[in-house]
Design a protein around this ligand. Sequence first.
Ligand SMILES: [Zn+2]
Ligand SMILES: [Zn+2]
Length: 373
Amino acid sequence: MAIEVTAAVLRGFRQPFVLETLRLEAPRDDEILVRMHSVGICHTDVKITHGYLPVPLPVVLGHEGAGVVEAVGGAVHGIGIGDPVVLSFSACGACPACRQSHPAYCDQAAALTFSCRRPSDGGTPLRAADGPVQGYFFGQSSFATHAITTAATVVRLPRDVPLWLPGVLGCGVQTGAGTVLNVLRPAAGESLAVFGSGTVGLSAVMAARLRGVAPLIAIDLLPQRLALARELGATHTVLAGPGTDVPGALRAATAGRGVHYSLDTTNDPVVVRQAFESLGPRGTYAHVGGGGKDLVFPGSHLLPGRTITGVVQGDSHPQTFIPQLLDWQRRGEFPFERLITRYPFTAINAAVADMEAGRCIKPVLVFDQTAMP
Ligand SMILES: [Zn+2]
Ligand SMILES: [Zn+2]
């Protein structure tokens, strides 16, 4: 049976989200209905509101949802009503990358993420009074009280996890942590420079601290973010900006050799070049920024065995990686809760404004007012 849901609808680029009552179809055989408890706001959502990524309108965005399963289709196995879940990204499960446990590089990734169409028939489960609204963004569209998704998109959680917490693992946190733990794989005593101290960068810092990385250098424009980076494990910080010789500061931190690994989260071509040029011989630079900006490097800098690699979603396998991150959080070893500021769902536009102004790092919208601090 279809239900009424409250969703934050984007009806035009560079316009605010509008809270609307929509009809959401019942889950089909291969689908799951999740009642959302919280959803993180990611820069990808915000970039789309500015028109930087083409998605069909009107649309419900949101791709860091956490909630409880309310209904399951007849063909779904392993997930039941009442299960707490995180919603992550969608993958087909059948292509070579999926079969090799690298679902972030699924052949169908672009369509499953940005087409905002149901994989089975290209339709949408959401409808407003004046016509269809696109859903299935990242396989979820979780800026809504309820979402239809697929079993492949959800990760089951322990029953005692507070559900304002884990949604952010579904994209931003696993991107930063996975880039370090799944791709760069630094050894204890190797060095890493992380450019940008937002959710992705600080998650990378926390993951690198777990591995004993040193020196572990965070670079950002905001002093308060660098202070937090230090608390989360950075051994050195560099306040970037006019007059700062960032490459010089990195050489000084590594006795002139350059870093073993670097990672840029800003997607600013000037910063990316600094991140690449900060590498020592045989070093690896990881590029996680979205968007189609041209990057320019001196080719000669590659020759001493240096590597550039692109990374999506930290090359994570969410079904195993998200429970691992949550376990470390519970032991106090990976305190990603410190990145989160909670807002009522109805304050979505204020939360986006605070994020863009640097007043918070990771806004999480909560649907249940009792989950507000
Ligand atoms: Zn696939
Ligand atoms: Zn995201």
